[in-house]
Design a protein around this ligand. Structure first.
Ligand code: HEM
Length: 378
């Protein structure tokens, strides 16, 4: 997205700032509005009975697997075995298997399908993009090279031991919605699906092109990481964040670049117990996380919830203790200032750090293709 367009997004977001839940819909979303509204659901669950019936009806012939996914909720692993035989047949039909030979998956088509799932004006600020990105990050950010487990490779968040980690509260909404893409492209692994959804979310929300490779293979529950690998937002000591991200192999600059993702989305009381958005443009990739962090006057919010900060003037934006902690560290602060001044530099570094994050702990075939997807409205 060029700077002029970005400025337009910003202006339209500011115009909506007075409302509690500003909806900033990019032209890309506008282009897919008809499709998304046609599938509108009640509430934000992404997997209500309405959608169940729709999927069942739409895939009457494809039957078992789609049906089970939507009735059984977020953990298709529970029904994987039972649906196994049916799934193979469906997979062959959908992926174009001919004479026992598999056609390669067309990942641009998968990307395009995920893009159709993003917009829903009844959900949060109008987009599932932020929660898709959070799913991809939480699936990836558990990697521990010493223990040699975690990371997106095995798609292990579909198992209860990982999905029930309190850090992952609410991510079932994203997994369940993405099962629509899984039903259409059953051969894709969950790790590939979720990371590709992260890439798609960033690009469709006006962010940079993020390089991506396929090849993650579904693992078993014993491959799932233990709880406690993800950063704890209540900590106000920067060392905690250094330690968690250093374990994954990120330096200070990359950590700060990744944190720019908090220009997107919001906190939900029923998920993390925190509440509110970081910026006035929660569905557009911008450097606003850094500018807001530096330029607003942040005070502790007086409320019946965990310690968090609100901006003194409008009280409409928030920061987590973890976000504020970044300001206390000299090196972190240096990069916050650089990205606040230079949005172009931020988006370039963000794209690189995200690509690295999504590949943590993954093994790819030698010379495997590096994809650069075309945004649906580019
Ligand atoms: C110090 C590290 C981090 C901490 C402590 C942290 C913590 C949190 C918390 C508590 C929420 C609110 C969840 C909810 O209530 O729905 C959240 C949301 C979010 N986080 Fe982070 N986060 C961190 C780093 C990251 C990184 C590295 C990314 C991506 C690269 C990211 C992307 C997001 C997004 C997109 C949301 C919004 C989700 C939504 O709107 O549903 N975060 N984060």
């Amino acid at each position: 997205m060029n700077l002029a367009t970005r400025a337009l997004f910003r202006a339209s977001s500011l115009a909506t700032a007075a409302r509690r839940a500003p909806i900033v819909v990019s032209p890309r979303f506008a282009a897919i509005r008809t499709y998304a509204s046609a599938q509108r659901q009640a509430g934000g669950g992404g997997g209500g009975m309405g959608s169940t019936l729709m999927v069942v009806a739409a895939s009457a012939g494809a039957g078992a697997i789609g049906y089970h996914y939507y009735l059984e909720g977020t953990d298709p692993a529970n029904v994987k075995q039972a649906a196994g035989a049916a799934a193979k047949g469906v997979a062959a039909a959908v992926s174009g298997e001919k004479d026992g030979k598999k056609e390669p998956i067309d990942y641009q088509k998968v990307y395009n399908h995920i893009a159709t799932l993003l917009e829903d004006e009844n959900y949060d600020d109008g987009s599932y993009g932020p929660v898709f990105l959070r799913l991809a990050w939480h699936a990836s950010g558990t990697w521990d090279p010493a223990a040699k487990n975690g990371g997106s490779h095995g798609g292990t968040m579909r198992f209860k031991s990982e999905s029930s980690d309190s850090a992952n509260a609410g991510l079932g909404i994203a997994r369940e919605r993405l099962n629509r893409t899984k039903d259409k492209f059953p051969e894709i692994s969950y790790g590939d699906l979720w990371t590709l959804a992260g890439v798609c979310a960033i690009q469709e929300m006006g962010g940079p092109t993020v390089k991506w490779r396929s090849g993650r293979v579904d693992g078993m529950e014993e491959n799932a990481p233990p709880e406690g690998r993800l950063p704890d937002a209540t900590r106000s000591d920067p060392k905690h964040y250094h330690d968690v991200f250093k374990r994954m192999g990120f330096n200070d600059q990359e950590i700060v670049a990744l944190m720019g993702a908090h220009s997107l989305g919001r906190c939900h009381k029923d998920r993390s117990k925190f509440d509110g958005p970081w910026t006035d443009s929660p569905t557009v990739v911008t450097n606003a996380f850094y500018t807001e962090l530096l330029n607003r006057h942040w005070v502790e919010r007086k409320w019946d919830g965990p310690k968090q900060y609100e901006d003194k003037e409008s009280k409409s934006l928030m920061m987590l203790p973890s976000d504020m902690a970044m300001l206390q560290d000299k090196e972190f602060k240096k990069w916050i200032e650089i990205y606040a001044k230079d949005e172009q530099k931020f988006t370039e570094d963000f794209a690189k750090a995200i690509a690295k994050l999504f590949e943590l702990g993954c093994t790819f075939k030698e010379n495997s293709k590096v994809y650069e997807f075309k945004a649906t409205n580019a």
